[in-house]
Design a protein around this ligand. Structure first.
Ligand code: ACM
Length: 283
């Protein structure tokens, strides 16, 4: 089964191993950060690994020049290439955030890669705070990719980045497109997300994997503190794994993606079939 875009697949999935990586990257030191993530992943056997937003570059850019120094084309830049190399060695699918350069535009992007290379990219739709000074808003919408685990079993993977959690339409759009799992690379600074993600998982009946960083970064005028607390939630809203606010951690757990497929709540109710778009006013 190829690793292309969404097409119909059977609900016969078996358990797979999923993980987040929480760590504290050094500002602009891509080489060092990739080495650090490589060390954290040593010996980890997983089908899907989610890395934080802007995981190898750092987040709180002090200037356009700093962003330009680390922004990369996809897939030829060092971060995507490093990720592809990791996938080839381990068979895993990796999702991670990076500053994308496309001509004279910059996007806060995340890539999905596997052993065969780039599977897809997502450009952050809801930019947070000073990201608006540096990045163009995402122009690719929300996408679900059909990927395979190491046994070759396909599942559907949606991607959103950090502040997208605040907009329930993001996770909803991914779930309506058939996502079983939502990968959520993050650099969270507000404390509310770890309370909200179990609800995003519950109301959409999907698995969510939030990979956050910890530590602090200054742009020269202001310091942002990142809250850690990466977490994995199941479709009933249970937290399967949660990291502490500080400290490196690879959170690894087993999930059954097919659990996300049955959205029946009672013999009379189905979470998606019971929706009433004719009654909703969303704009
Ligand atoms: C965020 O979107 N990085 C808070």
């Amino acid at each position: 089964m190829g690793r292309g875009r969404h097409s119909g697949i059977e609900a016969t999935l078996k358990a797979m191993q999923v993980a987040y990586v929480q760590y504290n990257p050094a500002y602009l030191d891509v080489e060092q950060n990739l080495k650090q993530v490589e060390a954290l992943l040593e010996g980890i056997e997983a089908d899907l690994i989610v890395l934080p937003e802007l995981f190898a570059s750092g987040y709180f850019f002090r200037s356009r020049a700093d962003l330009e120094a680390v922004a990369e084309p996809i897939p030829d830049g060092p971060t995507t290439q490093w990720m592809i190399d990791r996938c080839r060695q381990t068979g895993a699918v990796l999702v991670g955030g990076l500053p994308e350069r496309d001509g004279d535009r910059f996007y806060n992007s995340a890539v999905v890669v596997g052993p065969e290379g780039l599977i897809g990219r997502y450009r952050k739709v809801h930019l947070f705070y000073e990201e608006k000074l540096h990045f163009s808003p995402g122009d690719l919408g929300f996408q679900v990719f059909e990927v395979t685990d190491r046994k070759g079993q396909p599942y559907r993977l949606g991607v959103m980045i950090c502040f997208d959690w605040y907009f329930p339409e993001a996770a909803r759009t991914l779930a309506l497109q058939g996502a079983d799992v939502i990968a959520h690379p993050s650099n969270l600074v507000r404390p509310d997300c770890p309370r909200a993600m179990p609800i995003r998982a519950l109301e959409n009946h999907v698995f969510t994997i939030t990979a956050n960083r910890y530590g602090a970064e200054s742009n020269g005028h202001e310091t942002l503190r990142f809250i850690g607390r990466s977490l994995i939630c199941d479709p009933s809203g249970r937290v399967l794994h949660e990291a502490p606010p500080e400290g490196d951690q690879v959170g690894l757990t087993e999930i059954e993606p097919q659990e996300a497929r049955n959205r029946r709540i009672t013999p009379y109710n189905d979470l998606f079939e019971d929706r009433r778009p004719d009654c909703y006013r969303l704009s």
